[in-house]
Design a binder for this molecule. Structure first.
Ligand SMILES: Cc1cc2nc3c(=O)[nH]c(=O)nc-3n(C[C@H](O)[C@H](O)[C@H](O)COP(=O)(O)OP(=O)(O)OC[C@H]3O[C@@H](n4cnc5c(N)ncnc54)[C@H](O)[C@@H]3O)c2cc1C
Length: 367
């Protein structure tokens, strides 16, 4: 086998795989179809505002991000979220029974565990808004097994959100600076037939750091592998950053998860109240999240027109771990056994957040 690995996809997962290989002194080439790497991780820095188009924070109790920041010399650039009152949720989530021999929807699980009245209340006031606000997901579809697994790996320590001083793009910039530049090929016209040939011949390692639906396209020659990959649904979404030089009146705290009365809004973040340095003194940076197709309407929320705004459409960027997700992962694992030189990594499998993606990319490169 040729020792040079091919990484397809230059989001945080593919870049993490590249970082792992570079640190091990192994040769690789990373092919990214877009003109820049980083994908959804993009920060707009303008007039003293630091506005995120994609992720704005990461859970401080997940080690992969801390380790990567340390290795990149970014440890001093990590900023902790500002103090805030606890989110106003109408209910609290009691301890959940973790064992679940068969998958079911999260909604069914809550009803079964807590009874109809309490289960429905938790679904509509706590778990439903959280799932919609964070993943654009619906509890009537989400896999209870996957949700419980994510809760288990999150650890028992209280979650604290961190970010980077100049925004999450700082992580991408550090990776680009420190990875060998001639190994990162952006705007790369991918020859899908050639990738398929390399995978089937086993002559080189291929690491697909792509959304599952994209990986399925490249693996179309193997229906048993492409089938469960293409069955992982993704949703699109829109978010708008509203920049105010003079802050309008806002509630305290980092933001809110929307209830049915605020539909179609999913969530709002008051970025300048969440992290230091997101807006100039006296200003505000408000970010609103919507499902695909919804028209952002800040006036309906009582917000004035901003001084400027950034609107971002995230096209099929968020995987949905719907019921049957663990079974689909098992089928993908069985299919992968036929190709010892092929690895799949990214947000479709064992976690959507950036720390999970980093762990997934590094594991794919190290294995
Ligand atoms: C709006 C939004 C907010 C989020 N907020 C948070 C947050 O606050 N905290 C958190 O931890 N996580 C958050 N996430 C999740 C996290 O950002 C993503 O799961 C993660 O960035 C995905 O990285 P990835 O590399 O796996 O995939 P992607 O970012 O999808 O990267 C895949 C890359 O592959 C490229 N590509 C596609 N097809 C090809 C091809 N044929 N050939 C070559 N390249 C190809 C794409 O152009 C892309 O660059 C958020 C996600 C979104 C969309």
């Amino acid at each position: 086998m040729n020792s040079s690995a091919i990484i397809v996809g230059g989001g945080i997962t593919g870049l993490s795989a590249a970082w792992e290989l570079a640190r091990a002194g192994q040769d690789f080439v990373l092919l990214e179809s877009a003109p820049r790497v980083g994908s959804v991780i993009q920060t707009v820095r303008r007039d003293g505002f630091v506005a995120e188009r994609g992720p704005d924070s990461f859970l401080g109790n997940k080690p992969p991000m801390a380790a990567l920041c340390e290795e990149l010399g970014l440890a001093d650039e990590v900023v902790a979220s500002l103090p805030a009152p606890r989110p106003q949720l109408a209910g609290r989530l009691p301890a959940l029974p973790a064992a679940l021999p068969e998958d079911e929807t999260l909604a069914a699980y809550l009803l079964r565990c807590f009874g109809e009245a309490r289960g429905a209340e938790l679904a509509s006031t706590v778990v439903g808004p959280m799932l919609a606000g964070v993943y654009g997901g619906r509890i009537e579809e989400w896999s209870a097994q996957s949700w419980l697994a994510a809760r288990a790996t999150a650890g028992s320590a209280p979650a604290r959100f961190n970010s980077l001083r100049c925004g999450m793009q700082q992580l991408i910039e550090a990776l680009v600076d420190q990875l060998p530049g001639d190994r990162l090929r952006t705007g790369a016209a991918l020859d899908a037939a050639e990738i398929a040939r390399v995978i089937q011949s086993g002559e080189r390692r291929v690491i697909l750091a792509l959304p599952a639906w994209r990986a399925a396209e490249l693996l179309a020659f193997d229906a048993d592998l492409a089938g469960p990959l293409s069955a992982i649904p993704y949703v699109s979404s829109r978010n708008v950053n509203l920049a105010y030089r003079r802050s309008p009146p806002l509630p305290p705290g980092h933001g809110m998860l929307a209830g049915p009365e605020q539909a179609p809004l999913l969530a709002a973040t008051y970025a300048h109240q969440k992290f230091p340095g997101r807006a100039p003194a006296g200003g505000a940076l408000v970010r609103l999240f919507y499902p695909d197709g919804a028209e952002p309407d800040w006036l309906a929320l009582g917000l004035p027109d901003p001084d400027w705004m950034v609107s971002t459409h995230c096209d099929r960027a968020m995987p949905q771990y719907t019921t049957g997700h663990p079974a689909r992962l098992a089928a993908i694992g069985a299919g992968l056994a036929r190709y010892p030189n092929l690895r799949l990594c990214g947000n479709a499998y064992g976690g959507v957040g950036m720390p999970d993606c980093i762990a997934s990319g590094r594991a794919a490169a190290g294995a």
